[in-house]
Each structure stands twice: as C-alpha cells, then as structure tokens.
Design a protein around this ligand. Structure first.
Ligand code: PGA
Length: 265
C-alpha cells in the first residue's frame, strides 16, 4: 500500500484532485473515457469542490467520464436531501460538464433490490471496470457501507447499517430515528476489482481505522484491511489520521524517495 501522509486536509484534497486529473487527462483522447468510482460523506467534499473549480477553469472535462457511486440508503427517495443521489447532484454533478446518464448511484427506491444490485454490477462490467475508486473510511474502518463482518468476497447487495454508522450519519438527518437501517452498497470484492483505489482520511477520529487498515491483519472485522490485497492502493491521509501508525516514518521516507526517483527519471 502507498501511504501518503500530508500536512493538512487541504493537502489531501489537492493530492486527490491531482490523481483524478491525471486519469482524466490520460483518457481525454481515448474513445473510452475514464470510469470513476465515487464516495459520499464529509471527506470527499473538498475534492468535489476542487474538481468543480478545475472543470470551470477548463483544466479538465467530464464529457467522456462515467461514474459509479459506492452506495445508497434504502427507504430514502432520490430527491430527498439525505439521499446520495441528491448529495452527488448538489455537490458535483450539477456543476460539471458530465453527461448525467453516465452517472450511476445504486437505485434503491421503488425497485426490486436484488435486481438493482445485479444491474449495478452489470453496468460496472459493461463500462469496462472502474479505473479509479475514491473511498472514505468509517471510524470502524467500513468502506462503502461494508460494515464490520462483511465478506471480503462480497458484491453489491443490501447491508444492515451498524448503530455506530447510524449515529455517525445522524448529523445529516433530523433525528437518529430517521436514519435508515439498510443500504445498497458495492461489495468489498466489487471495490477490489477497481484498477486503482484512492482512500482519503483526515482527522484523529480516523487514526485507529487507518492503523488497523494498514498495519493490522486482514480481517472482515476491519473491512478496509481487505485493501491490503489490492496491488494499486493509495491512502492519502493527513497527519492526524496518520497519528496511530507505528510506521509513519517509513511511509514519509518512502514518499521522499519516490519524489527523488521521479525527479531523476
Ligand atoms: P466521512 O464518512 O467522510 O463523513 O467521515 C466516511 C465513511 O463513513 O465512509
């Protein structure tokens, strides 16, 4: 795993935006555009603001980009302010030059959920697969809504949310009672099939999850630890999120060496 420890949340945002822009520019002349996996929550908001700004400055275009979101609540209509359909529309899609028919958020309202999950997997396959999956991480190290105990071989399906996740997300709802109990989420195996993965984390609240993900054993009790199995994962984290790592000095040195190697190549 590449662990990039950065000075601040703003530096994490810039790093992530640079990674996305590199991919989009690589693919801009390609008939098949980039396929991006997107996340919701508080962490990627800075990234989306930065992508909107770069798109407005015409540094990048989303005209040829297809997107897949990790998850969506069950029981929340897509036009409700708490849905992830709404979040994506408000925080990214409506501000950029993307073809909205090329954006996919799991459909959970008024549909057969098993059929919807299978259709979502099929659409990812038909796109040629996700080039770069952006991830946040839960305090308990969930990715998407793959809660503790999720099979490392799981695919898109219905998951029950833990009380901890419901509490963490209650800030977006009127009261804890309004937070859904279930969601449709990409599985861990679905995520692992992405070409590359970029996980973002900031703040001391994520320090234990990051330590367990990077330095702990691979276990369904720490869903993000499954990322250790992936050959192309980058964690872009600020110093606070890195504060639990016992090997932080090693990761800082590795990045310095990487910078030296790229300057001399
Ligand atoms: P956050 O959520 O970015 O709001 O901390 C992350 C997650 O639960 O995956």
């Amino acid at each position: 795993m590449r662990v990039v420890i950065l000075e601040s949340p703003e530096a994490v945002t810039q790093f992530a935006a640079d990674e996305v822009c590199t991919l989009l520019k690589q693919r801009s002349s390609n008939k098949f555009g980039a396929v991006l996996g997107l996340a919701t929550g508080g962490t990627p908001l800075g990234l989306y603001r930065e992508l909107i700004a770069r798109n407005a400055r015409r540094e990048i275009s989303f005209a040829n980009v297809e997107t897949f979101n990790l998850d969506e609540y069950i029981g929340v209509p897509p036009d409700s302010a708490q849905s992830y359909h709404y979040y994506m529309h408000e925080n990214l899609f409506k501000h950029i030059d993307i073809d909205i028919s090329m954006t996919h958020v799991p459909v959970t309202f008024g549909v057969d959920l098993q059929h919807s999950a299978a259709d979502f997997e099929l659409k990812i396959e038909q796109s040629g697969g996700i080039d770069l999956q952006i991830l946040g991480i839960g305090v308990d190290a969930h990715i998407g809504f793959n809660e503790i105990g999720s099979s490392l071989g799981s695919r898109t399906r219905v998951k029950t949310l833990t009380q901890r996740t419901r509490n963490d997300n209650a800030r977006y709802f009127g009261s804890i009672d309004d937070v859904p109990h279930t969601a449709l989420t990409m599985g861990i195996q679905t995520i692992l099939e992405s070409q590359s993965i970029l996980l973002l984390a900031t703040g001391t609240g994520k320090a234990k999850a990051i330590r367990d993900t990077v330095e702990g054993p691979i276990t369904a009790s720490v869903p993000a630890s499954a990322l250790q199995l992936h050959p192309n994962v980058t964690l872009a984290i600020d110093r606070d999120a890195a504060s639990g790592l016992s090997n932080a000095d090693y990761f800082l040195a590795a990045e310095r060496n990487r910078a030296v190697a790229s300057r001399s190549s």
